[in-house]
Design a protein around this ligand. Structure first.
Ligand code: NAD
Ligand code: DAU
Length: 351
């Protein structure tokens, strides 16, 4: 069946990989990438597919209700894959309101427009909400997040994502919007904005700048290569059951400090620097307030029900990611000029 799929946030990190996968894999679908192009949105991420006949771009903010209605009408939108969000925890601590507006109000806008536009026949539509494992809060040394773990968000970012998940559910229960929600662990890979741990540290190693490890570096994250997340979204979008959550994770837990040391080692090898040189850049800085200790996803539901599993090992993915940044210095220089410097100063100076 032909579909006209609205993908929000398609110029961002994960969104650009989802757009590329859908444009290339489903030439019969019309893909509409809707993005406000905030500091995190970058059309350079989509250069290779921007001329594809089934690709369209709409420069729209999800807070603009009238513009959203226009896009639905103009493209006869049949389905939504919603990724647009403010996505960085540290920025949510500096400026929570941006997260309330985009992540909560923006999601409600989209739900409302979809509900109204699809009202005559809700059956052949889908609203896929892309969420995070951070809604579950933090784990201690043991255990995993499952789809039935209670929500307990600890940062303004995760609270805003949890709220948006609740509104998606509420629109499903109250207005019968057919929805699915995916809750994924930490992604890494090409096009990751260098405010997040892995790309920020790659950029700092290239420039021999300090590597600011929060606290003691004991926090643990479960890393997944971004293309495997895009594959999971494709699968759940097409085959997931309405009204259900699917956890997506890498089965790949790393303590921050161990990950940073591995990154330093690989970068020294690739940059032909003396072994141990980049590790000397590690600087322990004041911890992130409300810093979640550990995330770990139990991805057995998506594995058993839909047959999904990661295809890229961490060794392969991290190596490919470093290579991508080394080969795309222009991209990195572009996104780290201008406003990035102001953010960096505010976030890291005097820490
Ligand atoms: P990102 O910050 O790289 O990209 C976000 C995109 O949304 C950008 O292109 C930006 O321009 C756009 N956007 C922001 N505000 C907008 C608005 N008001 N209207 C329209 N567009 C707007 O984010 P990401 O890391 O690619 O994350 C994408 C989604 O996946 C988010 O919903 C995030 O919560 C979720 N997620 C991310 C991760 C991760 O590790 N990065 C893991 C799990 C889930
Ligand atoms: O778990 C999924 C989430 O992963 C997504 O929902 C978020 O959008 C995404 O940003 C990510 O959140 P984290 O807070 O886990 O990612 P971040 O890269 O910011 O940090 C990873 C870990 O590294 C975390 O424990 C904090 C630490 N850190 C981060 C930065 C930026 C540092 O020690 N130093 C740093 O400079």
């Amino acid at each position: 069946m032909n579909k006209n799929i609205l993908i929000t946030g398609g110029a961002g990190f994960i969104g650009s990989h989802v757009v590329r996968l859908m444009v290339n894999k489903y030439p019969q679908y019309k893909i509409i990438n809707l993005d406000a192009l905030t500091y995190a949105g970058n059309l350079e991420n989509l250069k290779d597919i921007e001329s594809a006949p089934n690709y369209n771009f709409e420069h729209v903010n999800i807070l603009e209700l009238d513009m959203l209605i226009n896009v639905f009408e103009q493209h006869d939108i049949t389905d939504v894959i919603h990724l647009a969000a403010e996505s960085h925890v540290d920025r949510s601590i500096l400026s929570p309101m941006d997260f309330i507006y985009t992540n909560i109000v923006g999601t409600i806008n989209l739900l409302t427009v979809a509900k109204n536009y699809w009202s005559t026949d809700l059956n052949n539509h889908r609203f896929h909400h892309v969420s995070t494992d951070e809604v579950y809060g933090t784990l201690g040394a043991e255990g995993f997040f499952t789809e039935s773990t209670a929500y307990a968000p600890n940062s303004p970012y995760s609270a805003s994502k949890a709220s948006s998940d609740h509104f998606v559910r509420a629109y499903g229960e109250t207005f019968h919007i057919p929805y699915v929600i995916t809750n994924c662990s930490n992604n890494y890979g090409p096009n990751h904005f260098p405010e997040k741990l892995i790309p920020l540290f790659i950029n700092n190693i290239i420039h021999k700048k300090p590597l600011p490890v929060y606290g003691k570096g004991e926090n643990t994250r479960d890393w997944l290569y971004v293309i495997d997340h895009a594959r999971a979204i494709d699968l759940v979008f097409h085959e997931g059951n309405n009204g259900e959550h699917y956890n997506v994770g890498g089965f790949n837990e790393w303590k921050n400090i161990d990950l940073v040391k591995l990154l330093c080692k690989l970068m020294d090898e690739k940059l032909q620097r003396t072994a141990g040189e980049s590790e000397k850049l590690i600087t322990y800085v004041k911890d992130r307030p409300g810093h979640d200790l550990r995330y770990a996803i139990d991805a057995s539901k998506i594995n058993k029900e839909l047959g999904w599993e990661p295809t890229v090992t961490f060794e392969e993915g991290l190596s490919a990611t470093i290579d991508w940044y080394l080969q795309n210095e222009e991209w990195l220089n572009h996104v780290t000029s201008g406003a990035y410097q102001n953010y960096y100063t505010e976030q890291y100076d005097n820490r």
